[in-house]
Design a protein around this ligand. Structure first.
Ligand SMILES: [Zn+2]
Length: 241
């Protein structure tokens, strides 16, 4: 038996039997890990509260080898995000963020930049700061951490290297000014380009740029990931997008 201790975020919970749960964790050092949490849905279970929301946990997992399913030995809240439950929109955004990681990464891939990007996004949503913009920028950072980031240095059509790109609605890509002549295009601000490139820090997006970044991020995830994002439909309905 191996015992692993790690920081973890809950990506998915699947009820199992009468009171148990199969929990998919995203851990800081070991990536995606599935664990059986025996009796975790029971009223008296110590695991019930930590697993119920999107807190950063410290978990101890026991497993026979690194390929099989682990058993959850302990879960404690390291950093709580109780604010998320106060806003249905922030919670819906947090569900998109966690599902994006669940769909986008393979089992057992440790990815600390991605863990950091997801944690930061959940923190922003927990503070209740403009959920759509926080999520859109967070998804761009997560895509970069997964290696699917947007190329903001090169025209997608003629492949010329340039930093002055516009979004072409026709091709759904970033193209140079020569390539989008006569088409419907959206010029992005410098801050939007930085956000699209997944850079951290204070960048401010317009409503249109936020919605575009979000839709591009989801489309990119669905192209590379395992399946369609279920939580996306719900989130868009909420925002009326
Ligand atoms: Zn071009």
């Amino acid at each position: 038996m191996i015992t692993l201790a790690d920081e973890a975020l809950v990506l998915r919970r699947i009820p199992y039997g009468e009171t148990s749960l199969v929990v998919h964790f995203f851990t800081r050092n070991h990536g995606l890990m599935a664990a059986m949490a025996k009796g975790a849905r029971g009223i008296k279970s110590a695991h019930r509260a930590p697993l119920a929301a999107m807190h950063t946990l410290t978990v101890q997992l026991r497993l026979r080898d690194m390929t099989g399913m682990a058993t959850l030995h302990s879960a404690d809240i390291l950093y709580g995000r109780h604010g998320l439950t106060a806003s249905p929109l922030c919670l819906a955004a947090a569900q998109v963020a966690t599902e994006a990681v669940y769909r986008g990464v393979a089992s057992g891939d440790g990815n600390q930049p991605l863990f950091h990007a997801l944690s930061q996004t959940l923190d922003g949503l927990n503070r209740g700061q403009s959920p759509a913009e926080t999520l859109a920028k967070g998804l761009a950072q997560m895509l970069t951490a997964m290696g699917y980031g947007f190329d903001m240095q090169r025209c997608h059509r003629c492949e010329t290297g340039t930093s002055s790109l516009a979004y072409s609605w026709q091709s759904g890509q970033m193209v140079c000014s020569a390539c989008c002549r006569g088409e419907r295009f959206l010029l992005l601000s410098e801050s939007a380009c930085r956000a699209f490139a997944g850079s951290q820090g204070e960048v401010s997006l317009s409503g249109e740029e936020t919605s575009l970044l979000y839709r591009l991020a989801v489309a990119t995830l669905e192209k590379h990931g395992k399946a369609k994002l279920v939580s996306d439909t719900f989130f868009r309905q909420y925002l009326g997008w």
